[in-house]
Design a protein around this ligand. Structure first.
Ligand code: ADP
Ligand code: MG
Length: 381
């Protein structure tokens, strides 16, 4: 799949912008604070329905404007038109082929893999950050997972309320078994899917990582359920996860009532990255962590392709300058043969003439985008 056409209206620092994209490689070059990340953010929103930079969506609207619209034409089997409208005074609206639709129908038409300097949080960040990134990946390719996850989050909130009320009124606890049933049912589906996805990501990432390190280092990514790896049943079945949930709920019941919130469930899962068997967060060098994240991102791309039959669009925000020449070359070579790629950079010096000759190159300046054609020779900035 690829993004053929993109239109922004009052989006962040853009008044209006309209571009036709290259099916393979697009490079956006510009100084700091000109609108490069804003542009990738807009594409990301077309895929995920919300921003990765802010949860206050009003920030997306250009200052002193009432609303913003992002529109994209996506080529899959057929062309699909996607649009998102965010207004200060009404709820967000999502459109597929010009018809208003739900987020569950909207998300997944366009798939993206996002790689930014911040992606390092996948290793360095909190478990919550890792869960969030994993969920965004799975939600893009699995609408049922997405709907289960939303239901699960609602059940946790309501169950928390109940546990809190039980502090003052013990009779509220009579309702607990019904909530536990729902919680265990949704939780086990989420856990089952997560472990399968992580297993496949780990295999793909290990293969890429071996190529990146010349086979010298060994990356593995493990799903760590909230109950800890020690509770691993050996056969990770839906029923197995269901049993883990029920068992843990029994075990933690007293503590949950005492604390007044839900302690048990996949809202406390994590992922563990290890290099040569050692925890990458604690022992990995910055360079090792970067390589692991790069491998993970390429694994995400392969996972999406195996789930949907098509490669996602790859968004690379300012990451080229952080990679050494060999990794840069490796990355561009893989992407050139597989996915549409959108790259932002402050200077074209990180790219060989070869790469530039086969890309569409755009210059971004103060919220305007000018296409520079492809194959131009640029004086280094
Ligand atoms: N809602 C908004 N309205 C107008 N300008 C905005 C808005 N949000 C962000 N900006 C501006 O966008 C610019 C940053 O753009 P960004 O895409 O992050 O830059 P970069 O090219 O460095 O990636 C800043 O100048 C910021 O003030
Ligand atoms: Mg930026």
């Amino acid at each position: 799949m690829w993004i053929k056409h993109l239109q922004l209206n009052h989006f962040r620092n853009y008044a209006t912008a309209e571009i036709d994209l290259h099916p393979v490689l697009n490079i956006f070059v510009g100084d700091n604070a000109q609108g490069k990340t804003n542009l990738l953010e807009a594409m990301y929103i077309l895929a995920v329905s919300k921003s990765y930079r802010t949860s206050r969506e009003g920030e997306l609207i250009r200052h002193s404007q009432p609303s913003t619209k992002v529109y994209g034409r996506i080529q899959r089997n057929a062309d699909v038109d996607l649009a998102v409208i965010v207004s200060h005074d009404s709820p967000k609206r999502l459109f597929v082929n010009h018809k208003a639709t739900t987020s569950n129908r909207f998300v997944g038409v366009l798939n993206v893999v996002l790689f930014t300097p911040d992606s390092l949080q996948l290793i360095k960040g909190s478990p919550g950050e890792r869960r969030r990134l994993l969920d965004i990946l799975i939600c893009q390719v699995d609408a049922i997972y997405r709907s289960n996850l939303l239901k699960y989050q609602r059940v946790v909130r309501q169950r928390n309320q109940l546990l809190k009320n039980a502090g003052a009124d013990r009779s509220a606890l009579k309702q607990l078994p019904a909530w536990d049933g729902q919680l265990a049912d949704l939780a086990s589906r989420i856990m089952f899917r997560r472990q399968a996805v992580v297993k496949s990501l780990s295999m793909q990432a290990a293969a890429v990582h071996a190529r990146l390190t010349g086979g010298r280092e060994d990356l593995s990514i493990a799903y760590v359920p909230f109950s800890g790896p020690s509770l691993d049943t050996g056969e990770e079945t839906l029923e197995g996860f269901h049993n883990i949930m029920l068992e843990q709920l029994r075990k933690e019941r007293f503590l949950e009532i005492q604390r007044g919130y839900t302690l048990v469930g996949p809202h406390r899962d994590d992922l563990a990255f290890s290099i040569d068997g050692k925890d990458a967060k604690t022992y990995g060098s910055q360079g090792q962590q970067r390589t692991a994240v790069l491998a993970y991102k390429l694994a995400e791309m392969e996972l999406m392709r195996s789930e949907t039959g098509e490669y996602p669009v790859v968004l690379l925000d300012d990451v080229m300058s952080e990679l050494d020449r060999a990794r840069r070359k490796f990355l561009v070579e893989i992407l050139n043969t597989k996915a549409q790629t959108i790259i932002t950079t402050t200077h074209l010096g990180s790219f060989t003439e070869d790469i530039l000759a086969n890309a569409s190159i755009f210059r971004i300046e103060a919220g305007t985008i000018a296409e520079r054609g492809n194959g131009d020779v640029f004086a280094p900035r």
